[in-house]
Ligand binder design. Structure first.
Ligand code: G3P
Length: 224
């Protein structure tokens, strides 16, 4: 399972790029607004593209097919490798089909059920983004939904990639990986949380303390 970072924060993206295992970034209007409501979206997106190099999903804000297609054209002029993120609404599916015809990768977002995911796949989506945290928020098991979607993809041999999104904690990452999601797009703080283990910290402290002990011993012997 690949890991993308789900943020528009430049410092977090810089650090994520240095981590060596993050292969993409997903953004949405809420994440951009959270960083700076007056942000110049084009400038910020290009800055992110420069930093990460890999997958970058950029979301449209139109709710009409023509508007979505116009926005997609504009984003592709910013950088041609963009993945266009489109909400799973009927107009969005039409726009997805049109972009897929032009070989533009589309990430269909705001998916909460297997039937929505199937529709997105059949409309030509390259990625289907299943929102986990928001399902749990309304007392629906996100683990079961992501499992269902992954099972259907296996049985049907669908080619689009499943992105587990709206990840709130490392357990969501595990549920997504266990189910067989291709990608999890994860907030920076959850990525960092998922790397921590108290035994790693105490183990490293012990290694360093023992190394210092050896060095001190060597110094002592040399000064004798
Ligand atoms: O990937 C989608 C994500 O940004 C939404 O997350 O936590 O607002 O449900 P959340």
């Amino acid at each position: 399972m690949e890991i993308y970072v789900d943020t528009a924060n430049i410092e977090h993206i810089k650090h994520s790029a240095e981590l060596g295992f993050i292969t993409g970034v997903t953004t949405n209007p809420s994440l951009l607004a959270k960083e700076d409501p007056s942000v110049d979206v084009k400038k910020r997106i290009l800055e992110i593209h420069e930093l990460i190099g890999g997958h970058l999903s950029v979301e449209v804000i139109s709710t009409k097919k023509d508007g979505m297609l116009r926005e997609a054209d504009e984003i592709l002029k910013w950088f041609p490798e963009a993945t266009i993120k489109i909400p799973i609404i009927p107009e969005g599916l039409g726009a997805c089909r049109e972009l897929a015809r032009q070989d533009v990768p589309v990430n269909v977002t705001l998916i909460f059920s297997p039937t929505q995911a199937i529709a997105a796949n059949n409309a030509g989506a390259a990625y289907v983004s299943v929102f986990m945290g928001r399902l749990d928020d309304v007392s629906t098991s996100s683990a079961e939904v992501i499992e269902d979607v992954c099972e259907i993809w296996d049985v049907q041999d669908f080619e689009s990639q499943i992105i587990a999104a709206s990840i709130r904690n490392p357990m969501h990452m595990l549920d997504a990986a266990r189910a067989g999601a291709d990608i999890a797009t994860v907030p920076y703080n959850v990525i960092m949380q998922s790397l921590k283990h108290p035994l790693t910290d105490s183990g490293l402290n012990q290694f360093l303390a023992d190394y210092d002990k050896m060095q001190a011993e060597k110094q002592k012997r040399m000064s004798m």
